[in-house]
Design a protein around this ligand. Structure first.
Ligand code: ADP
Length: 450
C-alpha cells in the first residue's frame, strides 16, 4: 500500500470496480480497498441482469424500448419516491453503460423480464454464468491488465478532511495495524446495510430477525463513514425484502426473478396461486408474508428449467424437488394433488388467452406449464437490499445536510439513497453500479483537474 493515490475507492463490488476502471482510463491512478478477504461484495451474487433501455441487444430481438418507459416503470415501481434527477441520469445513461461494457469485452446479449417491468430490459450473459459473477470476474481481469492495485482485508475506518472541508485522505486498518493514505478524492462504494442488525434495528426493527441474502460485510460502513463528516443518509427505512429466497438450507439462496419471468408460478400450501407473480418485490413479498405459512412454492416445468440456466445450479445445491408427474410433485410437497392440477390447468388457460382474470399478471406468460418433469422450490421473503443511503446528486457527489457538496467525496451503488424509491426493481442495482460507478470516476477526474 502506497502513501498516496489520486483516488481511493472503497469497496470491490460492481460500483467500486467500474469506477476504478473508468478512473484509470481517464488517466488517474486509483486504488481499490476491500475489507473482506474476498472481492465482489453483494454484486458477485446478483443473478437477474442489468436493466437498460434503447440498446442494440433489445433491437436485435425486436424490442423497441425507450428511456421514458424505463423511467416511468421504475418510478411507479418505486412508489414515486425515487429522486427524479438521479432516475433521469440513470435511465438515460443505461444504454451507454451496456455499450461501455461491450467495448471491454463484457457481453450481456440475453434478455429477460423482472418484476414491475413491462419490457425485456434485463441484460445478462448468454452463458450459464450469473450476471454478477460474470461482471466481477471480467472487471477484475480488466483491472489487472491496467495494473490497478486491489487490496483485500483492508478496511477504511475514517474519512479525513482538511481545514477547508475538502477530502484529504482516509484511515485504513490492515493486518491489525492502522495507516493513513493521502488522497484528494474518494469514491464510497461500500454497498448497503442488509447484513447490519444494528441498522435494521434502528430503522426497521421488525426486519432485524429476518434472514438476509447479503454477504456478511454489508454492514453500512459507508453510511457511518460519510455521516461522520457531514453526509446525509436519506430514506433509511426503505428496505427491500426479496420474495423468493430459499431458506431451508443453512446458507440461503435467492431464486432470481427470471424463473418467474420465464413462466414459473407461485402457489400456497393449498396448491393455489395467490398473486401476480411478477408484481413488484414489495407486493409479492407482502402477499407471501400474509399466507398462513408465510412461505410459498415456486412451480415450473422442464421447459422453464431449460430456459433458465441458473435452475440447474439450484438443483445441484439440493434446493429443488422434482417429480415425473404433478400428482407425484404434490405428494412430495404434501399439497392436495387435484388442487395443484387445477391450478396448472387454469394457468395454462391464462397463457392461452393472455388474460389473467384473477391476478392480473401480464408478463412472463408466453409458455404453458405442461412439460414433465415438474419442479418446486420452497421460498419465503428475506432482507435483500437497502434503498436508503447517502444523499448524492446526478454527479455522484455526496451532499451534506444542507444539500451542499462535500468536496472530493463521491459515492455510487447501494451505499447511496434515492434512486430506487421504496422498491428496487430487479436488474436496476447492477445497472446502477455501472452507470454511477462510471459517473463517480468521471466527476472525480473533473474535480481533480480543477
Ligand atoms: P455495490 O453493488 O454498490 O457495488 P457491493 O455490496 O457489491 O456494493 O460491494 C460493496 C463492497 O464494499 C463489499 O465487498 C464490502 O465488503 C466492501 N466494504 C464495505 N465497507 C467497507 C470498508 N469500511 N472498507 C473497505 N471495504 C468495505
Amino acid at each position: 500500500l502506497a502513501d498516496h493515490y489520486d483516488l481511493v475507492i472503497i469497496g470491490s463490488g460492481g460500483a467500486g470496480l467500474v469506477s476504478a476502471l473508468q478512473a484509470r482510463e481517464l488517466g488517474l491512478h486509483p486504488v481499490v480497498l476491500e475489507k473482506m478477504p474476498t472481492l465482489g461484495g453483494n454484486t458477485i451474487k446478483a443473478s437477474s441482469g442489468m436493466n437498460a433501455a434503447e440498446t442494440n441487444v433489445q433491437l436485435r430481438q425486436g424490442i423497441v424500448d425507450s428511456f421514458a418507459e424505463f423511467y416511468e416503470e421504475t418510478f411507479q415501481g418505486g412508489g414515486r419516491l425515487n429522486d427524479p434527477a438521479l432516475l433521469e441520469y440513470f435511465t438515460t445513461h443505461s444504454g451507454q453503460a451496456i455499450d461501455w461494457l461491450r467495448l471491454h469485452g463484457i457481453f450481456l446479449n440475453d434478455l429477460t423480464l423482472t418484476g414491475g417491468m413491462k419490457k425485456k430490459r434485463a441484460h445478462r450473459p448468454e452463458s450459464t454464468a450469473p450476471v454478477g459473477a460474470y461482471l466481477i470476474n471480467n472487471l477484475l481481469w480488466l483491472l489487472a491488465q491496467v495494473k490497478i492495485p486491489v487490496y483485500t482485508n483492508t478496511r477504511v475506518t475514517e474519512l479525513l478532511k482538511d481545514e477547508t472541508g475538502k477530502i484529504k485522505g482516509v484511515k485504513v486498518e490492515l493486518l491489525g495495524s492502522e495507516k493513513t493514505l493521502k488522497t484528494k478524492a474518494v469514491v464510497l462504494a461500500t454497498g448497503g446495510f442488509g447484513a447490519s442488525k444494528q441498522l435494521l434495528k434502528r430503522y426497521r426493527p421488525e426486519l432485524a430477525e429476518y434472514q438476509t441474502t447479503n454477504q456478511s460485510g454489508a454492514t453500512g460502513d459507508g453510511i457511518f463513514l460519510g455521516a461522520e463528516i457531514g453526509a446525509q443518509p436519506i430514506q433509511m427505512e426503505l428496505v427491500q425484502i426479496h420474495p423468493t429466497v430459499q431458506q431451508d438450507t443453512e446458507k440461503v439462496f435467492l431464486i432470481g426473478e427470471a424463473v418467474r419471468g420465464e413462466g414459473a408460478i407461485l402457489v400456497d400450501q393449498f396448491g393455489e396461486r395467490f398473486t401476480d407473480e411478477l408484481g413488484t418485490r414489495r407486493v409479492v413479498s407482502q402477499k407471501i408474508t400474509a399466507l398462513p405459512e408465510r412461505s410459498a412454492y415456486l412451480i415450473y416445468d422442464q421447459a422453464v428449467k431449460e430456459r433458465v440456466k441458473a435452475l440447474a445450479f439450484y438443483e445441484a445445491k439440493g434446493l429443488v424437488l422434482k417429480a415425473d408427474t404433478l400428482t407425484k410433485l404434490a405428494a412430495k410437497l404434501e399439497l392436495n394433488a387435484s388442487a395443484l392440477e387445477d391450478t396448472l390447468r387454469q394457468w395454462n388457460t391464462v397463457v392461452e388467452t393472455g388474460v389473467d382474470v384473477r391476478f392480473g399478471r401480464t408478463t412472463g406468460m408466453t409458455h404453458k406449464l405442461a412439460q414433465a418433469p415438474y419442479y418446486a422450490i420452497h421460498v419465503a421473503p428475506a432482507v435483500h437490499y437497502t434503498m436508503g443511503g447517502l444523499h448524492i446528486d446526478q454527479k455522484a457527489r455526496v451532499l451534506d445536510r444542507n444539500g451542499a457538496v462535500i468536496p472530493g467525496l463521491f459515492a455510487a451503488g447501494e451505499v447511496t439513497g434515492g434512486l430506487h424509491g421504496n422498491n428496487r426493481i430487479g436488474g436496476n442495482s447492477i445497472a446502477e453500479t455501472v452507470v454511477f460507478g462510471r459517473q463517480a470516476a468521471q466527476q472525480a477526474a473533473v474535480y481533480l483537474e480543477d
